[in-house]
Write a protein that binds this ligand. Structure first.
Ligand code: NIG
Ligand code: FE
Length: 404
């Protein structure tokens, strides 16, 4: 039975208390069997049965739960560096999208790519993410926008979930934008999502969540309600890209539908915060998207003070957030979202687990949970976020296996 000893600071991140309470144990050890944690505590209390030759040494460093990136668009064809160059020179994300770039340009490339090509590319990203301490990744479709291309993307996630020692959580995002062949008939595309895509996705069991881009420039509140209600009835839990560019009531809709999360939220209203707190919907902040689109950052302190649990994710995608660096998103949330390092740590672990309905077995270091943890070269979360550097993770375990 493997053990990890000599942990200087163990942030267990148990789901108790406020967002900033990470329930640390100093001079700690963890033991696990296969993929499940069997013991956690102070090393001086480690029962003798766990003292065996399978010991890993944390070298006095900090250990945190394997990080959870609860919002990514992991599988896509091509890249869009030209748009990045245009944006930094003053063109807005929306202007670029209206000129045929944006999501639609990735749709063209994703449709051209084979399932195996998408698989290889996404699998490469996962290996890089593991080096940052990430052990769980939520992955959205949404660059296929036809029945077959959406299923192709979701099958990539299904295969990755089977092949990788990481947890892969698949989300159907057919309502990402209206594809070009339906540009003069949006109603027919919405019908396709409702009548064909959702039933096929549910029947094939290739997604657990249904997400939507609720925005004036994408899907209206009424369209979103119709699509997400259908998804929910088919067994897919709702999630929303909400109130990113305009305050259009996305957060309120997330609460009404008891969504697992509402994400982005830069323009959330006070009413939206109240509704989400009451319904227990997790708010997911995506600061890398704000950074790359040069939009305002979500003031996460407002949400925490309003009683909403805040998770932090990357939104990794080829357009608005072409980086999968979750610790960087955490550091930005400290500096620009006004959360403390301990709060963002809970946001990238146990609250991120809540955003994907996995808090029962992921997101904290406790007996009976999945053996997922990361060794961080810092004495505590304050120092980690303060002296931010790219290569801070020196080891990661996913499902009990050393993945980095
Ligand atoms: O989460 N907001 C909509 N969708 C993505 C952007 C996707 C893209 O630009 O390709 C997002 O930011
Ligand atoms: Fe997104």
């Amino acid at each position: 039975m493997p053990v990890l000893t000599n942990i200087g600071f163990l942030a267990t991140c148990k789901d108790e208390g406020q967002q900033g309470e990470i329930h640390p144990i100093k001079e700690a050890a963890i033991a696990w069997q296969n993929d499940t944690i069997s013991w956690v505590g102070q090393e001086s209390d480690l029962p003798s049965e766990f003292k065996n030759e399978d010991a890993f040494d944390a070298d006095g460093k900090m250990v945190v739960p394997g990080l959870i990136d609860c919002h990514t668009h992991l599988a896509f064809g091509g890249w869009r560096p030209n748009e990045f160059a245009m944006r930094v020179q003053g063109k807005s994300y929306l202007e670029i999208a209206k000129a045929g770039g944006g999501i639609l340009s990735t749709v063209r490339e994703t449709r051209k790519a084979s399932e195996d090509e998408l698989y290889e590319k996404a699998s490469g990203f996962l290996k890089e993410m593991a080096k940052l301490g990430v052990t769980t990744v939520e992955c959205k479709s949404g660059y296929g926008l036809s029945v077959e291309d959406e299923l192709k993307t979701l099958r990539v996630y299904q295969r990755l979930g089977e092949d990788q020692p990481m947890h892969i959580i698949p989300t159907f995002l057919g309502a990402h934008t209206i594809p070009p062949e339906y540009k003069d008939n949006r109603q027919a595309y919405i019908d396709l999502v409702i009548e064909e895509m959702i039933p096929r996705v549910a029947e094939e069991g290739v997604a657990e969540f249904c997400d939507i881009f609720t925005e004036e420039s994408a899907f209206t509140i009424d369209e979103s309600r119709r699509i997400l209600r259908t998804a929910k009835a088919a067994g897919l839990t709702p999630k929303l890209h909400a109130d990113q560019l305009t305050s259009c009531g996305g957060a309120e809709l997330a609460a009404e539908l008891e969504a697992a999360s509402a994400d982005h939220l830069e323009k959330i209203s006070d009413k939206g915060i109240e509704a989400m707190a009451e319904a227990g919907v997790v708010g997911v902040t995506l600061p890398l998207a704000s950074l790359y689109t040069q939009e305002e950052f979500l003031d996460c302190r407002r949400l925490v003070e309003g009683g909403v649990d805040v998770a932090v994710a990357t939104d990794f995608n080829p357009g608005s957030a072409p980086s999968y660096d979750l610790p960087l998103a955490m550091m930005l949330t400290c500096n620009l979202g006004r959360l403390s390092p301990a709060e963002v740590l809970k946001g990238a672990t146990i609250y991120a687990a809540k955003a994907i309905n996995r808090d029962v077995n992921l997101g904290s270091i406790e007996k009976g949970k999945s053996a997922d943890f990361a060794i961080i070269d810092a004495p505590d979360p304050d120092f980690w976020m303060y002296h931010y550097k790219g290569a801070n993770c020196t080891g990661a375990f996913g499902k009990g296996e050393k993945i980095y």
